[in-house]
Design a protein around this ligand. Sequence first.
Ligand code: FDA
Length: 307
Amino acid sequence: MLRKPLLLAARSRACRTVVERTPLTRAMVDRFVAGEALPDALAAVEEVTRDRLVTLDFLGEDTSDLAQAEATVTAYEDLLAALGEAGLADRAEVSVKLSAVGQFLGSDGERIALDNARRIAEAAKAVGTTVTLDMEDHTTTDSTLGILRELRQDFPFVGAVLQAYLRRTEADCRDLSGAGSRVRLCKGAYDEPESVAYRDKHEVDRAYVRALRILMEGDGYPMVASHDPRMIAIAGRLAADNGRSADDHEYQMLYGIRDEEQKRLAAEGKRMRVYIPYGTEWYGYYMRRLAERPANMLFFARSLLTR
Ligand code: FDA
């Protein structure tokens, strides 16, 4: 019931102002976001990479300003250089939202996003790590996959997220299940219409398993991005059925969610990667985390009422 209004609020400037000005928001955000600046992110990477791998997201999305897109690219270049200097690049990669690097900047947006993503991929290559393109709402899927294809010609290590709730995703999994292809499969976090997406939770779960089966049966590198114990158990069985070793697939969860389970899977010898967001543009990311779990919202509401 709360999911739709929260996802609408995630894109509302007015709601953003209210949420950002609420004093207690900060403490809530800290659960999901590693901090605002590069040193905060590096501290989280140091801590998490003791037993897990990480992917870092410099927060930002829907950029309508060329200078902001440029600043985002610079932030990723600085981050990657810092990971290299700290000797962490073998355990840390980056995740990029193309809308943060210019995808929506008018008719030139796709070209700008491609050029900017190339710069980030170049910086990743220089320190020996990888880049994964996040997937945003369904209106961007074709554009994002088109940019992925272009990027992979020069940077074959670039991977992408596919969202199981989209009806098209099984076909996209088939296209992207070849050797060298890295696909992060998630359920999907946006409010999508019935015409393009499954909206019932059980239907989404079934779609996730079908998509996962295609990826596990293929020759690529599946990245199982879910906190759902059933999906994780099924992924383990599909990996074993397809003769995959612990090194040729991995599990991924978000920073601040099911931390003990992350550690348990890593201790079992599984490749476990944590998605760590940082930066000042946390609003949209934070609202999607509230929308995913009503308990997060109730906790937030209670803290507002008891101020
Ligand atoms: P589900 O929502 O069914 O949750 C299963 C269980 O996990 C819950 O019962 C609860 O215990 C726990 N849980 C899940 N969400 C929680 C939360 N917010 N707070 C506390 N507990 C929670 N989406 C997208 O559209 N584009 C993208 O690029 C990405 N990228 C991405 C990367 C990675 C590494 C992950 C793990 C996820 C994403 N997502 C994403 C988000 C994804 O689409 C999805 O919304 C969430 O992962 C929740 O789905 P689950 O598979 O965890 O299942």
